[in-house]
Design a protein around this ligand. Structure first.
Ligand code: PMV
Length: 322
């Protein structure tokens, strides 16, 4: 009873920040993302009566005890569904640093869910798989369907799921991920978003989101990159304003993050169509069209202080069994 799956990380254009139900990980709002082809996780899960306890291994790094417990909790949910008590050996490998805003938990829990159900011989629909991945890490549900994905918040386990809005080859976009800091983020997202209601800006954010989602979907339908990019930045700043006005405040940016954001505004003034978005870490995702990839990398490399390690991503397929 063994299976291997890979799953891409995803970058959210409309972000998930805050839950309506902590244990089911139901989000406060719908969100929207793109899968990334060069930042993914490969996970092998084996269930066997030879194992007396779960073993959780990261091939190219170390999982903390807390991270291992979270994986075991998610395995328990899947074992309950499969009505088994077999222990598992889980081996995971990432192509990128975890914990720095590059969404390793999204690709990680998506790969774990797909590999574990396959190893258990349980056939679920893509929609059901997304709901189970969500139980591990909210954003993981968006790493299962193809390409450009929407997560419907829902009010119950089954109603909170993700689906593909457009396949990966619908729009030739790039996510140029600038790794500003490869270390672990200071405050994990689960902890950070548990205090979301202390931000006085949350009600305004939740009120604005349905209209913002309609606008971004229209821009995607028209493939209007400028409109799309403006909404992506507006949304990123809105989420970070909520984070920064929580009690205690959360600052995931650092000086280099800020410098890149300023540089992007300058590049745009000079006619280069590129926008930024940032998750819960200092790393910056530069979003552009495929035709501008080389130009963005060129201006980035001309600013040595800003350009550390970069990962160039195209839109990707969702999670799958190998
Ligand atoms: O699913 P989590 O717990 O990794 O939370 C993801 C939160 C953000 O990355 C900040 C936003 C998002 O929608 O991906």
């Amino acid at each position: 009873m063994k299976a291997t799956a890979i799953a891409p990380a995803n970058i959210a254009f409309i972000k998930y920040w805050g839950k309506s139900d902590e244990s089911l990980r139901l989000p406060l709002n719908d969100s929207l993302s793109m899968n990334l082809n060069n930042t993914y996780t490969k996970t092998t899960v084996e269930f066997s009566s030879d194992f007396s306890r779960d073993e959780i291994l990261l091939a190219n790094g170390i999982f903390s005890d807390q991270e291992k417990q979270r994986v075991i909790k998610n395995l328990n949910v899947m074992r309950n569904k499969a009505e088994t008590r077999l222990c598992a050996r889980v081996v995971t490998e990432n192509t990128f640093p975890k914990g720095g805003g590059a969404a390793a938990s999204a690709s990680g829990f998506a790969a774990l869910t797909v590999a574990a159900f396959s190893a258990l011989g349980i056939k679920l629909s893509e929609k059901e798989l997304t709901s189970f991945a969500r139980m591990g890490s909210g954003s993981a549900c968006r790493s299962i369907p193809d390409g450009f994905v929407e997560w419907k918040k829902g009010e119950t386990h089954n109603a909170s799921y993700a689906y593909s809005l457009y396949p990966h080859d619908y729009w030739d976009l790039r996510d140029i991920l600038v790794i500003v800091d490869a270390g672990m983020k200071k405050v994990p997202t689960t902890e950070g978003m548990s205090a979301v209601r202390t931000s006085p800006l949350l009600p305004a954010r939740l009120a604005a989101l349905p209209e913002r989602i309609t606008r971004i979907k229209e821009a995607m339908k028209q493939k209007n990159f400028q409109q799309f990019g403006e909404i992506v930045e507006e949304e990123c700043l809105d989420m970070h304003h909520v984070m920064q006005t929580q009690n205690p405040p959360l600052y995931y940016w650092n000086n280099v993050t800020q410098e890149i954001m300023d540089a992007v505004a300058g590049w745009r003034k000079n006619g280069l169509s590129v926008y930024f978005t940032i998750d819960a870490g200092p790393n910056v995702h530069l979003i552009c069209e495929g035709k501008n990839e080389k130009n963005v990398i060129k201006v980035l490399k001309s600013r040595i202080r800003l350009c550390r390690k970069i990962i160039v991503n195209k839109p990707a397929k969702g999670a799958r069994v190998l």
